[in-house]
Design a protein around this ligand. Structure first.
Ligand code: PBG
Length: 330
């Protein structure tokens, strides 16, 4: 038998040459840590997301200290609104003294260098759990919702949020928010647009965490979030958000949508982020908890895969653990 002329295994033989030809390197710089904040004292576990807790503002500051120490660049805040503060008009969303706004002020006062990202959408504040305002038939109305989102985004910016992240999928909201921010003098506030956000079943544990699952009940978000079957439509959504003034775009969820991430990065070459969502985290945690998968290996592999697909960064509930694992390995 002839010798093989090409031996790809040569480069894989030793650690030094594996390191030299490694194309994608995950670092703490690639990670954004989503955190849930509640009005209660202390911490409360989220049963469908082992290792994730709802935090009081004091506890949030402890977590922020860890994130800073681990060089995770930013936190993404998700407030848990008490049921009595929810309403049809979601007015608590733009209360300058609301939980989210207070959390932002506390973070920026203590850790000014740590990036703070706030979610712009009405679902934590509506009594029905939809991301927008509804008409008599229950349909989420676009333009009225955009007005409410603008108020919410302005309130976040006034509190000191570095990045507002509209996750609602209304038409025209990025442009409206951008115009309002400029007019109000918030010229440095970045917009991270949840541009290609799919109507995914993988958001279940998140809705438990923020307490919107009960409110939403059997409702769904099909009239505004994207059909998981579509890919060209994602590119149109991204193009619109960029035209309207987004600084960063996002694809969400992560692993089932890596083809979208690659298309977006190739087509636009803009800062592109991926949300490895609650259901992706829960699956891995459940399998690891049963001893069926190696948590560290699988989590780092998934995050590296997301980066390899074209993401500049990943919102992930593994952010602090991943930053620790990467530090240990270096
Ligand atoms: C709310 C929002 C959701 C997530 C982030 N922002 C849920 C939804 O759209 O129902 C999901 C994040 C996750 O599952 O980790 N607009």
């Amino acid at each position: 038998m002839d010798h093989p002329y090409f031996r790809p295994r040569r480069m894989r033989r030793d650690e030094f040459s594996r390191r030299l030809m490694r194309e994608t390197v995950l670092t703490a710089d690639d990670l954004i840590y989503p955190v849930f904040v509640h009005e209660l004292p202390g911490r409360a576990a989220v049963p469908s997301m082992p290792g994730v807790e709802r935090l009081s503002i004091d506890e949030l500051l402890h977590v922020a200290e860890q994130a800073s120490e681990l060089r995770v660049p930013a936190l993404a805040l998700f407030p848990v609104t008490a049921p009595e503060a929810k309403s049809l008009d979601a007015a608590a969303a733009w209360d300058d003294d609301g939980l989210c706004q207070r959390a932002v002020r506390a973070l920026k006062a203590r850790f000014p260098e740590l990036g703070v990202i706030t979610d712009v959408a009405l679902d934590p504040y509506t009594s029905h759990g939809q991301d927008g305002l509804v008409d008599a038939s229950g349909y989420v109305v676009n333009d009225e919702t955009v007005e409410a989102l603008v108020r919410q985004a302005l309130s976040h910016a006034r509190a000191g949020s570095d990045v507002v992240a509209p996750s609602d999928m209304m038409d025209g909201r990025v442009g409206a928010i951008r115009a309002a921010l400029e007019l109000d003098g918030h010229i440095h506030t970045r917009i991270l647009a949840y541009s290609a956000k799919y109507a995914s079943s993988f958001y279940g544990p998140f809705r438990d965490a923020v307490g919107s699952a009960g409110a939403l009940g059997k409702g769904n978000k099909y009239t505004y979030q994207m059909d998981p079957a579509n890919s060209d439509e994602a590119l149109r959504e991204i193009a619109l958000d960029l035209e309207e003034g987004a600084d960063m775009v996002m694809v969400k969820p992560g692993l089932p949508y890596l083809d979208i991430v690659r298309r977006v990065k190739d087509e636009f070459g803009v800062p592109t982020f991926v949300y490895q969502v609650s259901g992706e985290y829960a699956m891995l945690k459940a399998a690891a908890g049963n001893g069926w998968l190696d948590e560290r290996g699988c989590a780092l592999e998934a995050l590296t895969g997301i980066k390899r697909a074209g993401a500049d960064g990943v919102l992930t509930y593994f952010a602090l653990d991943a930053a620790r694992w990467l530090r240990e390995a270096s």
